[in-house]
Design a protein. Structure first.
Length: 329
């Protein structure tokens, strides 16, 4: 099969290579991949900074949408030909990928493979961190940093569906405008405004109950100052750095909870558990068209390098998708 590999030299450039297709074990299915999508983590993995968990494919790609073409002896719940999408530990940037059958989600009828490929990683991340980790409830206020990211565009929609009031930060007025269209109450351009001062004004000094933060670094202190009593700070990324000074008195006095969370390194049982909850609580929202994947652009798999450049330059609003199978959407 064709797959995207990384040159093991200083360039770390991407190239389309031939490699053997994976063989599904007894509890797995083989998916013919029609589309996959780029995640921020892929940029790190490409540079050798985010290796796949043990046992996962060396090929990049944390999600896929396609068709079941073979299955292991223990798989009875999915038929050959089923249209499916799934979260992966790796291996999506390829024509075929093998995954445990309990990780599969049926693609809602009205969605194409390209739209479906834009769902698993960011919507699972938003779902798990807003609700399972952050315990976000109706009527609460939420601040999402990088609101225009793949994760941000998913989180805005899920939080709104849950009845929360959503504030976002982003690096351009155009991205903010588009976040407002998705349901955010207000947005702050962190390049031209101090987000903490502006949030204090916007919330009439009340702050928010939950912050979904992928920036880390110097944002931590401002985030803690914005949290209300018993607020939850959910850290999911380190785009701004992995070191920060922390005012523990603030944490103590406001009885805050600081939560760190990663999806990829969770074990299979944990991922299957999230998949079950996602199937029950979130998939119907797609089927009923209450939420939708947000796609910035689609590149052929062979142009994965160009897709990465686009993401690395922070140009995307929502997801950058890679089309794997030709002439099919
Ligand atoms: N923990 C988990 O399980 C998990 C899972 C998935 C993703 N993540 C994390 O979630 C974040 C978003 O992922 P994604 O794939 O959705 O990203 P993405 O679509 O590539 O978007 C990332 C956006 O973050 C903003 N940004 C970049 N550097 C920044 C900085 N130093 N300060 C503030 N904003 C910055 C940029 O938008 P602006 O133009 O607005 O600056 C950029 O477009 C990443 O940090 C990723 O690692 C975590």
């Amino acid at each position: 099969m064709k797959a995207i590999l990384v040159k093991v030299d200083a360039s770390r450039s991407l190239y389309l290579a031939d490699m053997p297709a994976p063989q599904p074990g007894p509890d797995a299915v083989l998916i013919k991949v029609h589309a996959t999508a780029v995640n921020r983590a892929d940029l790190l993995q490409r540079r050798g900074l985010y290796p796949p968990p043990p046992g996962e494919s060396e090929v990049m790609g944390l999600e896929a949408a396609g068709v079941v073409v073979a299955k292991g002896a223990n798989v009875n719940d999915w038929q050959i030909g089923a249209r499916v999408m799934c979260l992966l530990g790796g291996g999506g940037y390829a024509e075929y990928v093998s995954v445990n059958h309990n990780m599969l989600l049926g693609i809602p009828e009205h969605l194409s493979f390209e739209q479906a490929a834009a769902i698993p990683e960011v919507f699972y991340t938003a779902f798990a961190n807003l609700f399972l980790e952050g315990d976000l409830k109706a009527g609460e206020s939420l601040l999402i940093h990088a609101g225009a990211s793949g994760v941000g565009t998913a989180a805005i929609q899920l939080a709104r569906q849950a009845g929360a009031k959503v504030f976002i930060t982003a690096g351009s007025d155009d991205k903010i405008r588009r976040c407002l269209e998705l349901g955010a109450e207000a947005g702050i351009n962190y390049k031209t405004d101090d987000f903490a001062a502006r949030m204090t004004e916007l919330t009439q000094q009340q702050g928010v109950e939950v912050i979904l933060d992928c920036v880390g670094g110097e944002y931590l202190h401002k985030n803690l100052s914005l949290l209300r009593l018993k607020g939850r700070h959910v850290l999911i990324g380190l785009l701004g750095g992995d070191k920060a000074e922390i005012d523990l008195a603030l944490v103590l006095r406001k009885r805050l909870r600081l939560i760190g969370s990663v999806l990829r390194s969770r074990n299979l049982a944990e991922k299957i558990n999230i998949t079950g909850l996602f199937k029950e609580k979130i998939l119907p929202l797609f089927a009923n068209r209450q939420i939708h994947p947000v796609i910035d652009s689609v590149y052929p798999l062979a142009e994965a390098g160009k897709a990465h450049e686009h993401v690395a330059a922070n140009k995307n609003f929502g997801k950058v998708v890679l089309r794997v199978a030709a002439n099919e959407s």
